[in-house]
Write a protein that binds this ligand. Structure first.
Ligand code: TF8
Length: 338
């Protein structure tokens, strides 16, 4: 082979090797993704958004850029959901509880004591039930990619330790903007007040409300310990977060771009769950060190609270539909090895 032919052959080989990449590159357009979330950058939510953003940029060769906008700077969950539906914002992560006004089946995740462990939570959320609930989103203008862990919720307040049901009487308690949470805490005797998360710290600080409930991670990252003295370990419900995309925008993406987002979302989920669990394991000691007074509920008091909360189950079942409710119970029995 002469030099020219050798060079041509080498060039052809290079082109062949690059062919899949070349097709791929054409499939990826420069995109700016405004990704909103409610907690601050230092939270488990903020850290996982960063992981997602990096994964998307890397997989797209820097063409798809994620602008992460935290601390509810784009508005509380409900406002961002509407912006996604309208196409004014591309992505967000937020509570499934605030989505119930749009997709009623999401209320399933508000069921008190639905799951007993994070293992059960993962199994039900990533399994057929979780997928079925997520599949209700597109008809409302949203696409769900993955569930992240917000976590088991615990109760804080500034009045007195809550160690039994009666201690909740008259406590002004902020709840998420969600009927199940409202009903649950009214049932427990609290004076439940729905407020967006973005207004919570100042509501606690000014005494507009006495208490709130959230996972240890959030009590720590949102510095609620500065304005709350008492923490009761109630674990009354497991809250997921959900990563959402505007369907209007999603439908204009290539298959390659959609896959980049889905893969990055899955990677961020795996990171987020591990990171959240690590932090939750340390958070209680941190909160104690910050001056919070922490109490566990006796098994008897825990059982009383649990029993009382089953009163809301009938209305959740009616809302999400009896079929879905029964399928979920059957799935949980299966997960538990029954
Ligand atoms: C709450 C939720 C929050 C979420 C977050 C802002 O109490 O637990 O973590 O809504 O996305 O509002």
């Amino acid at each position: 082979m002469n030099t020219t032919r050798r060079l041509l052959a080498a060039a052809a080989a290079t082109m062949l090797a690059c062919a899949p990449l070349a097709t791929l590159a054409q499939d990826i357009k420069p995109r700016l993704i405004r990704f909103g979330y409610g907690l601050n950058e230092q939270s488990n939510q903020g850290r996982a958004v960063k992981v997602f953003a990096d994964a998307v940029e890397k997989a797209s060769g820097g063409k798809m850029k994620v602008r992460a906008i935290g601390a509810a700077a784009l508005g509380p969950d409900t406002q961002m959901q509407q912006a996604l539906i309208g196409g004014a914002q591309e992505m967000m992560v937020g509570s499934t509880a605030t989505l119930v006004g749009i997709t009623k089946e999401m209320a399933l995740w508000d069921t008190p004591f639905l799951v007993n462990s994070v293992k059960e939570a993962d199994a039900v959320l990533d399994g057929p039930i979780g997928q079925k609930v997520m599949a209700k989103l597109p008809e409302k203008g949203l696409v769900g990619l993955v569930y992240w862990e917000n976590g088991f919720r615990n109760l804080t307040n500034s009045k007195h330790p809550v160690s039994k049901l009666e201690d909740l009487n008259g406590i002004k308690l902020r709840v998420m903007q969600n009927n199940v949470f409202l009903e649950s805490f009214k049932t427990l005797g609290a004076n439940a007040v729905p407020l967006p998360f973005s207004e919570l710290f100042s509501a606690l600080e000014t005494g507009t409300v006495d208490g709130q409930e959230n996972p240890f991670n959030t009590i720590l990252s949102s510095k609620f310990y500065e304005v709350q003295k008492y923490l009761s370990v109630t674990n009354h419900v497991y809250s997921p977060w959900i990563v959402l995309v505007s369907k209007k925008w999603w439908d204009g993406l290539s298959k390659t771009e959609q896959k980049i987002l889905q893969d990055a979302a899955s990677a961020s989920r795996d990171f987020e769950r591990k990171d959240t669990r690590d932090e939750a394991g340390r958070a209680l000691a941190d909160l104690k060190a910050k001056g919070m007074q922490i109490n566990e509920l006796t098994p008897a008091e825990s059982a009383r609270m649990r029993d009382r909360l089953t009163r809301v189950n009938a209305s959740i079942a009616a809302n999400v539909g009896m079929d879905l409710w029964n399928e979920t119970q059957a799935e949980l029995t299966k997960i538990r090895g029954g």
